[in-house]
Design a protein around this ligand. Sequence first.
Ligand code: PRP
Ligand code: URA
Ligand code: MG
Length: 215
Amino acid sequence: MAETNNVVVLKSSRQLKGLFTIIRNRDTKREDFIFYSDRIIRLLIEEGLNCLPFEETTITTPTGAEYNGVSFASKICGVSIVRAGESMEAGLRAVCKHIKIGKILIQRDEETAMPKLLYAKLPNDIAKRHVLLLDPMLATGGTVTQAIEVLLERGVKEENIVFINLVAAPEGIKYFQDRHPKVKIVTGEIDERLNEKKYIMPGIGDFGDLYFGTN
Ligand code: PRP
Ligand code: URA
Ligand code: MG
């Protein structure tokens, strides 16, 4: 894992590269796209949890000896940016039993790439929680920036948000961090650039369409 400026990139390994090679290949079948995306998502979620505050605690093991460990120090919840972010909910539930998950529906205009906020439903006590915000694609950064603004309006502290993302464009990271520098980003890979249609290059294409089979 490499961290600069509140951006954590999963540690590159042949294993991770192999997973990305499968999901980025346009000839990959949908069932494999889902399976291998889910594997990367699981790694991202674990790394996202690692960004949350822990406190020291001492427990006693079955041998009677003491073990100096840590435990989570805060309440958390997930928030997915619908639709593609919903693909990350199962991975979050798999490691956080009973976690509350809010939803923010934001759709990017296909012509202008401008985000439009359509709906938000969040836990009532979200202001007291750390939030794991889920969306696999960070392109221009417009969508996640708008989602953060919804969370801030509901009283969530910027420094209590971790944005979990599969692939990011440098332009989007800059746009987002210029506005919300205290939000931590956990991403799988940072790509080269955006194309003229504001798609990430080399990218994946439309993640939501590939995952949910609407392409
Ligand atoms: C995609 C993606 C992000 C957004 C990223 O969603 O899941 O939410 O675009 O682009 P941006 O950084 O330029 O805002 P899209 O609106 O295509 O909807 P989908 O989730 O239904 O695919
Ligand atoms: N949304 C996607 O799914 N992919 C991109 O490259 C950009 C936005
Ligand atoms: Mg979206």
